[in-house]
Design a protein around this ligand. Structure first.
Ligand code: NAD
Ligand code: WQD
Length: 343
């Protein structure tokens, strides 16, 4: 019998790539999404890539009634992977209540109603943003979380605290929080990838949209940081590697291999690249010259952040395999293919 996994936010960027990996590992996938930042076309694309159509449930998880009926229809699921959230850092500063409401009600409803029907395994999409300004690098999971500078980031910190409290008093319930560093790239087919709403906030989609002629110029936010070339350093990770880590985490919970009822893992490569490294690599890989300009720093950006990846390797048996060139190549392929389809 195939094990059923509920993937909330499964029409989105990381959730859709994870659905593909789960199907590839013979899981029965139920995608749950309210389509607030995605499209149902993703289900067709997952089917085109895998040959298997996941079940789709259009549910707004911040609505308790909808969430309860979702879980009573899927009592037989083995685990939930919870991607559903709003994720735009800048927007969260402008609309804090929307972010707290969506991200925290969705989490609370999911935990309450999955537990009510006896689904006792949960994986959470957290973020390296919970580390704030790192005191040492590479950053270890034991580094104390700090209050992130944005309401979005704070929803991740609060969510981890909720999970800690809930797992402590709920026998049999286990959770894993995965702290993503900077996910970029796309599935090798070019059929699915990152599709930001409006003007991208993140570096990689801004680069590919600039190269595709959708944006005039990339703004590089500051070259006066204390790094090798003055631009900030991040740990970029291929979304397909990231997706594979979720399969490992699900297996750990299903086989009841977890050592604690709440575990936290960094998901990064352990390598840091500066903004200018990424731009140069993009120009080399794509053969395109990128129009960019150095401007002032963006508020809230940290100088340097990259992961210690040892714990994920030891406990999940997972290590990122794809390099920066593969991340860029796949992101560029997706951008070109998507724009070709659009015209
Ligand atoms: P995404 O916006 O592409 O996917 C999130 C999905 O959740 C969307 O399809 C959206 O429609 C859905 N959703 C939002 N609110 C919902 C609700 N109330 N009910 C049902 N569905 C809802 O984002 P993503 O980049 O795939 O991110 C997935 C998760 O990973 C998020 O929790 C995000 O905060 C986290 N994360 C992302 C990054 C990143 O850089 N992309 C980094 C760290 C953590
Ligand atoms: C990377 C680097 C920018 C855009 C954010 C969130 C974090 C997580 C991942 C969800 C920085 C520079 C960017 C541009 C630029 N998301 N940059 N010009 O800030 O590390 O992390 O996404 O959880 O919470 O904060 O990623 O891609 O925005 O920026 O120069 O137009 O690129 O200054 O140094 P970041 P990013």
């Amino acid at each position: 019998m195939k094990k059923k996994i509920i993937v909330t936010g499964g029409c989105g960027y990381i959730g859709s790539h994870t659905a593909i990996e789960l199907i590839g590992h013979n899981y029965d996938v139920v995608v749950v999404d309210d389509l607030s930042n995605s499209s149902q076309d993703t289900i067709d694309r997952i089917e085109a890539i895998t040959g298997v159509r996941p079940t789709f449930e259009q549910v707004d998880l911040k609505d308790a009634v909808q969430t309860e009926s979702l879980f009573s229809a899927h009592k037989d699921a083995a685990a939930v992977i919870h991607f559903a959230a709003l994720k735009a850092v800048g927007e969260s500063v402008q609309k804090p209540l929307d972010y707290y409401q969506n991200n925290l009600y969705s989490l609370l409803n999911t935990l309450k109603f999955q537990h009510q029907v006896g689904i006792e395994s949960f994986i959470f999409s957290s973020s390296a943003t919970v580390y704030g300004i790192p005191k040492a690098l590479p950053i270890l999971e034991t580094h104390k979380a700090q209050r992130p500078s944005s309401p979005y980031g704070n929803t991740k910190k609060i969510a981890e605290e909720i999970l800690e409290d809930f797992t402590k008093v709920t026998p049999n319930f286990s959770a894993i929080s995965l702290r993503y560093f900077n996910p970029i790239g796309a599935h090798e087919s070019g059929e699915i990838g990152e599709l930001p709403n409006g003007i991208p906030n993140n570096l990689m989609p801004y680069i590919t949209q600039t190269a595709a002629g959708i944006r005039d110029q990339l703004m590089v936010f500051g070259d006066d940081y204390p790094t090798k070339d003055g631009t900030p350093v991040r740990d970029y990770i291929h979304v397909v590697d990231l997706a594979k880590a979720h399969v490992q985490a699900v297996q750990r919970l299903i086989k009841q291999e977890q050592e604690q009822s709440f575990e936290i893992y960094n998901l990064g490569t352990g390598n840091g690249f500066s903004v200018l490294d990424v731009i140069k690599a993009f120009e080399r890989v794509s053969g395109q010259k990128l129009n960019y300009q150095i401007v002032d720093r963006r508020e809230g950006d940290v100088t340097e952040l990259y992961a210690s990846t040892d714990l994920a390797f030891q406990k999940l048996g997972w290590k990122a395999e794809l390099g920066l060139d593969e991340m860029i190549e796949s992101a560029w392929r997706w951008e070109q293919k998507y724009r070709g389809k659009e015209n």
